[in-house]
Write a protein that binds this ligand. Structure first.
Ligand SMILES: Nc1nc2c(ncn2[C@@H]2O[C@H](COP(=O)(O)OP(=O)(O)OP(=O)(O)O)[C@@H](O)[C@H]2O)c(=O)[nH]1
Ligand SMILES: [Mg+2]
Length: 304
């Protein structure tokens, strides 16, 4: 995110590196990954309109001048239904350790129930550090709506949030002000990442995540969000072209059929969308081969 700070005089203490860890928590689909991507001006975390898209803590790193902010994008808070769900919740809680600021995301109209209740409980249980309430998706209600104020009142009576920020991660309303407040939290200390790095996600995992995003976006609800993508091969030729072989893993024959589609149409569509995006990000030609395979019970196994 662009900032145009008026530079203070360059005294030694002001030119020392400063840093902050900022965690985003909230129920699934609330816009945590969208907001991290907006802040770091890069797609570090995939975004879909499906639940439980983010499966582990993903770091988005913003560095400018002397300041480095590390955003921790977490899996959505939800009621766990299996060991994979429990593991994702553990990730969300681990994310709160060593954090300087928590952005607690909700949306207009939210009450103390479901994932939002879970959010408040998590903050209380973790004895969380500084927390601000971020009311995202304000673009979905008319400016005259009382929903934003009512949600702010309800949640602030349940937890002592330091500030409230109504925003739209999608369109950018209010995000600059929120970002300026985040910068104020940075404390003197060494950076944790080289200044050119924007994420902790390695190339293989990133390619897998882009393919997973396209598979989720291009199939309907009948294919669960629990798709796994394995990268079997990833190389770069001397000319600079990338060659990636990936396997999309599902747990039933019928889901495999949906992902392949009639005469392979769906898997081709997924592969093309993923290839085009990877090509743009890697700024080089990409040859992508994708196949679908069945792996039974991976969700239970990956949990504990
Ligand atoms: N209208 C509107 N939609 C938004 C906004 N922010 C995010 N979205 C949409 O909400 C959906 C979920 O966004 P994500 O960023 O994937 O949400 P998340 O909280 O990371 O979800 P999980 O990873 O499943 O926990 C996507 O379709 C986004 O485009 C917003 O400010 N306004
Ligand atoms: Mg997410």
């Amino acid at each position: 995110m662009n900032t145009s700070p008026s530079e203070p005089e360059n005294t030694p203490s002001e030119s020392a590196p400063r840093t902050a860890f900022v965690a985003l928590i909230g129920r699934t689909n609330i816009g945590k990954s969208s907001l991290v991507n907006r802040f770091v001006e890069a797609k570090v975390s995939i975004v879909t309109d499906r639940q439980q898209t983010t499966r582990r803590n993903v770091l988005g790193v913003w560095t400018e001048g002397e300041v480095q902010i590390v955003f921790v994008d977490t899996p959505g808070l939800h009621r766990p239904q299996d060991s994979e769900g429990k593991r994702m919740l553990r990730e969300s809680r681990i994310a709160l350790e060593g954090i300087d600021l928590v952005l607690a995301l909700v949306e207009p109209g939210d009450r103390l129930q479901g994932g939002t209740q879970h959010l408040i409980d998590t903050l209380i249980r973790c004895g969380s550090p500084r927390s601000v309430l971020v009311i995202n998706k304000i673009d979905t209600v008319p400016p005259t709506s009382k929903a934003v104020r009512e949600t702010a009142e309800t949640l602030c009576s349940a937890y002592p949030f330091q500030k409230i920020f109504p925003i739209s991660a999608l369109h950018g309303d209010g995000t600059q002000l929120l970002f300026e407040n985040i910068l104020e939290v940075a404390q003197p200390g060494p950076w944790h990442f080289p200044s050119e790095e924007v994420s902790n996600v390695g190339q293989e995992e990133y390619a897998a995540e882009i393919i997973r995003e396209k598979a989720m976006q291009l199939t309907e609800q009948e294919v669960p969000h629990h798709i796994r993508v394995r990268i079997d091969h990833l190389t770069r030729s001397e000319k600079g072209d990338w060659r990636i072989h990936a396997t999309i893993l599902v747990d039933t024959e019928s889901r495999k059929g949906i992902l392949i589609g009639s005469r392979g149409k769906k898997i081709k569509e997924i592969g093309t969308a993923a290839r085009l995006e990877l090509q743009e990000i890697l700024d080089a030609p990409v040859v992508l081969k994708t196949q679908v395979s069945i792996e039974k019970n991976w969700r239970q196994r990956s949990g504990d």
